[in-house]
Design a binder for this molecule. Sequence first.
Ligand SMILES: C[S@@+](CC[C@H](N)C(=O)[O-])C[C@H]1O[C@@H](n2cnc3c(N)ncnc32)[C@H](O)[C@@H]1O
Length: 270
Amino acid sequence: MEWGVVVATSTTRGCCPARGMRLLDRHRLHGSILALANPILRAPLEATMRALRFDRRTITYMKFDLRRAWTRWRKHGRTVTPAATRLQLGAGGRQVPGWLNCDITGSEHDVDLASPPLPFPDGHFTDIVCQHAIEHLEYDPQVLNLFQDCFRMLRPGGRVWFSCPDLGKICAAYVADRGATIDRGLMRHWPHGATPGFPVQHRITFYFHQGGEHRNLMDFEMLEWALRHAGFEGVRQGEEAEFLAEYPGFPPRKDDFESVYATGTKPGAP
Ligand SMILES: C[S@@+](CC[C@H](N)C(=O)[O-])C[C@H]1O[C@@H](n2cnc3c(N)ncnc32)[C@H](O)[C@@H]1O
């Protein structure tokens, strides 16, 4: 993303303390504050929580909630009209050229997916994609609210694609072989996510919480219900290959063994 383009096309309002600075400078300033605050605050805070024998998940929740609060504070009340008309949510390290790649911090435009509305205008995007991020949100109300906000931000005829770990595949894998198939898939594609040395069932339960990162798992029925509830039409289940055929710029996740993909369209002519 060209920040200059965003500056040229964005409108800002609200009470950012660094208001008046060019967006790029403000971005750098916030980065510097974070870089300074991190070692000063984070390490002692974590050490204190560990000394108090806080659960590891509590610490994960608190750290992530602080990141979310930081992003909401920085972006408070600011509406941006990006040059890109395709939006990737929860992008992580997967920056796809030609898309506005968003995440909680350190992205092209930081947003908190759990607290819509996102700061983009109605009907701006032609496509919205979000792979493996919604399992980090509560289904009710966060996923439901996010889907409604995606509907708002899409143009008529616009498409959404969501993917996440598939509750159905994970439960079926447990029944079939206590999770051995899933564990083998992970060892191939995401070795640091597998849990060698433990009983494979541990891998199954880990999906449900991921040390405090996951809030819940969903299957296609849950995604379908939420997408229809938000107003989407033509909601159906897909596969990664179909998603990649539509958006070849995305790096493959090779994750059909564990994931569910769902797509839908906003009614109306493009
Ligand atoms: C498992 S990673 C997936 C990254 C990438 N989409 C992929 O397919 O590899 C989940 C991403 O969702 C982001 N995320 C989780 N909760 C979020 C929130 N409330 N707001 C914004 N991003 C969030 C995380 O920061 C992380 O980058």
